[in-house]
Design a protein. Sequence first.
Length: 228
Amino acid sequence: MTKKIIKITVDIIMTLLFFILMAYHFTGDAVHEYLGFLLFIFFILHHILNFNWYKNLPKGKYSFNRVLSTFINTMLFLCMIGLMISGILFSQRVLGFLNIHNSGMFTRRLHMISSSWGFIFMSAHLGMHWGMFINMSKKFINIKKQTALIIASLIAVYGIISFIKRELYNKMFLLVEFAFFNYEEPVILFFTDYLSIMGLFIFISYYLPKIRKNNNKIKINISKEKRK
């Protein structure tokens, strides 16, 4: 139980750090760099705590959920490696003594694509484990499934609007050379938009397996009725 609480705590801290790191124009270079390296420390700790996941990869059958989860985790891992490499090359403070600073186009592109896709896959990763957070929240909040679905759907719709408004796809597919920020916008607006984008991909990865499961049940019931 203690290890489970530690795992959840580490995951929450990593999510918060990643979320804050997306707001580079509000934190500035120094804070962004230090928080980035703090994220990598928790990233390493996360993988140490979940090492059994790697040991079990060759074992058992791969259901739709397991394939989806493995794909999301693998892509998130690659994004984090990309961020780690570009972060080391960008570093002027934490690793300044190595004298390897490089802010060239390759480093910028690697950082941009890794951070944008990393944010998406981190959100999807949360969605795959969202049931656990829902079960934990039931101890404090009792919301009907229909109400929760309506709220989640509204967040997802706003997430689509924010995704388009923020043009996150430009960074994901390197359609721009540099990330442009609005330094005059309210902080709350930025975080609300990105929180809704996170909610969108949590919604997709949480409900997609459920939709597929329900469709399979319907197909099974139809086939049973045909046999009769």
